[in-house]
Design a protein around this ligand. Structure first.
Ligand SMILES: *[C@@H]1O[C@H](CO)[C@@H](O)[C@H](O)[C@H]1NC(C)=O
Ligand SMILES: *[C@@H]1O[C@H](CO)[C@@H](O)[C@H](O)[C@H]1NC(C)=O
Ligand SMILES: *[C@@H]1O[C@H](CO)[C@@H](O)[C@H](O)[C@H]1NC(C)=O
Length: 161
């Protein structure tokens, strides 16, 4: 809880510098949401892998959001439901090439996809994040996350990653 509070306090220091509606001097695109169609577990796994590739590897956030339903349920307490709040928050952050992402673990067990990854460039310390997504047919319908930094004077000597 403390780590996630610190994380988002860190972000509130970064985001106002961007100015409204602009990233790198360009206007913010509007995401086109996913329309739910039936999908098998195998199809959902393929869509999850595509979503992960677009979001965390290619960092093409507008394209990644085309897999998220308009009425997305968001459990991150700093964001509202629906895609607009999450997009406006995540687009400047994940489009920034100074912020790096390293995927550590990934699991898909329909209808849930899990991604554990390392982020550098947001806070002074590298940050571990676990995102959990629930699919509804072809679309991401719900999201939870857990965010962790290594504490000063950690009890366990293992590296966080
Ligand atoms: C990108 O991230 C770096 C490192 O955190 C930060 O210094 C810079 O201000 C960010 N740029 C934008 C446009 O957000
Ligand atoms: C799936 O999406 C449809 C269409 O938006 C909605 O009616 C339904 O409640 C959703 N189901 C679940 C389990 O999220
Ligand atoms: C970490 O340990 C050092 C040495 O015992 C101590 O001086 C420091 O206050 C500790 N820092 C925190 C944040 O606990």
């Amino acid at each position: 809880m403390r780590a996630s509070t610190t994380f988002f306090k860190g972000l509130t220091l970064i985001l106002p510098l961007l100015g409204p509606g602009s990233v790198f001097g360009q206007s913010t695109p509007t995401p086109v949401p996913c329309v739910v169609h039936p999908a098998t577990a195998v199809e959902q796994k393929q869509i999850f892998n595509t979503f992960v590739e677009e979001f965390y590897v290619k960092r093409d956030i507008p394209r990644a959001f085309s897999h998220i339903a308009a009425d997305y349920i968001q459990h991150n307490p700093f964001e509202l439901d629906g895609i607009t709040s999450s997009f406006n928050y995540l687009y400047p952050l994940f489009s920034n090439t100074s912020v790096t992402v390293q995927i550590l673990h990934r699991v898909f067990e329909a209808p849930y996809g899990w991604l554990h990854y390392r982020v550098d460039g947001i806070l002074e310390e590298p940050t571990a994040i676990l995102d959990l997504f629930r699919f509804n047919g072809t679309c991401v319908q719900e999201h939870w996350d857990v965010i962790q930094e290594r504490p000063v004077n950690a009890t366990n000597p293992h590296a966080l990653f």
